[in-house]
Structure formats: structure tokens, C-alpha cells
Write a new protein. Sequence first.
Length: 312
Amino acid sequence: MIARTVQRVHFEDFGGAEFERLVFAYHLRAGWRDLAWYGQTGSDLGRDIIGVEPFDDGRSPRTVIQCVNRAGLTDAKAKNDMAKAVGAPTGVPDAFKFVCRGAVSSGRRDAISAAGRQLGIKAVDVWSGVEFEEALRLRAEFLLRRFVEGVVFPDAEAELRRFVDDFPDLSDHDTLHMMAAVFDRPAFRTPFMAESHLPAFQQAIEDTIGALNTGIWRTRDGAEIRRIPSLHHVRDAQIRAGLAKVVRELDEVRRIFKRHLANGSVQHCSCGDPNCPTFVVHPRAAHDLDRARSLALGSFAKLWPGFDVHLS
């Protein structure tokens, strides 16, 4: 696969509305749920976007996202935006996120976080332009490329959602880039001896198999996160065969897990609660599962060298 050198994006060359569309499109692609786009109405009350960020541990914080297409984010603007959001009809959010086009110092981030806590906001995240660009390259490079190339993003929210889910013009490189996101979860990073939730582990493996096969990416409770290209969208026969091999190896992880459950080398707690985080695992079972997962991750990494999820 040919390595490409890509220059930094100059967000300052684009207008506020264009920047806001890109931020909304990114969060759609990143799997955020219940996204509402207040900024496009012209009366956002400090809330350009509101959405829910799903986590594998079950947390679903309702987050206000404010787009800051300025050279810098001042303390005064940040405090004003957060105060308006807290006083809006939607109430105090669980979290607040600023997505900026410029740099933000660590001191300013600390001051903004402290101001958010005083308003009752539990968590405040601040992304600089560089951090936003890195996130785009990781999860939605095809959106960034369209943006830089001057492709006009739709104004209407419904049309923008369809634009984000448009796959026909994706390259195989873009498809692999998007598929990589489904591996970014604890089930693929945590050694099995440190695993804390057996049903979540099994569901994560099954969800990943389903996402690669069908393009439907779900949370562990079955809710659809986002549509992504399936392995059947891939044009290159060799890459498609490689993805089929990854699916077979993930299925082997599932089979090994079920086999160790059946023979008792992985045992649930005797309390009777299937969701109890306590269980007993034989070292051999943990070794087998870690090895099988590493094999699947390694096979995917051969298809896309930028892939860096690994057991830690």
C-alpha cells in the first residue's frame, strides 16, 4: 500500500458554517447518537450540537458540542457558552466539548474545565484544530478529504446524514480506515485476565463480526451506532479475502470463548447474576483467547498498516 504525505489542514480558510458542518458530520461518523444540530437554526444558546457519546462501559453522557472557528478560545467565550447552555431548556449537560480551529494552551484548558465544574458540568473537553484533524484522519478521513477538496456539505441535517453514509465513492483505503474504528474498544485492548465483564466481551466480538459482514455497527445492547461499509464494498479481491480471513479468526475467538465456558476453564461467579463482573479463568484459557485475538488484529493490520489497536 502506497504511503501518502498529507499536509496540515488550514481550517482558517473555511467559514464558520462549513466548519460546523464538518464537526457535525464527524460526530455522526464517530458513532454519536441522538445528535441534534442547533447551530444551523441560528439560535443555539451555546449549543451548536447536542449528542450522546456511547462508551463500552455503558456510560452515555449527554454532551454539548460548541464549534469555535476562531484563532483562539478565550476564557470569556468558553464561560459564556457554557453558562448559556446550562440555562437553556435542555438543562445542564453531562459534558461539554469545544472543537476549535486553533491551538489551546494547557492552562486555558484547566481554567475552562474548572469553570465548567462550577456550573455543574461534570466533564469539559477541548479539542484544538490539530486534535480535531487527527480525529478526522483516524475515524473519517474521507470526510476530511471531501472538505479540503471543496465538496459542498449539505445544509439540511437529514441530507448531511445521508452524505455521511454515502459509500459508493469510497476507496478501499477509506473503507479499511472506517472499519478500524470497530476494533477500538476494550474487548480488543484488554488482556483476558484483566477482563471484567464476560457478556460484554462476547457481545463485542459478535458485534464486530456483524459490522464487518453487514456494515451495521451496534452497541453491546443492540442499538445501531452507525452504518459502515461491509467487506462486500471492498473492490480489491485480495483485500476482500483478507477481511474474510479476519472474520473467520474473530469467529474462532468466539468459539474458543464458548469452548472454555463449556469446559469450566472460564466460570461465571456463583451468585447467579449473569452480568456479575466476577468470574474465574484458567491461565490457559486466557492465553488461548489473547493469542486468537492478537491473530485477528494482526491480520487486519496487514491490510491497513495504520492500524494500531493491540492488547496492552
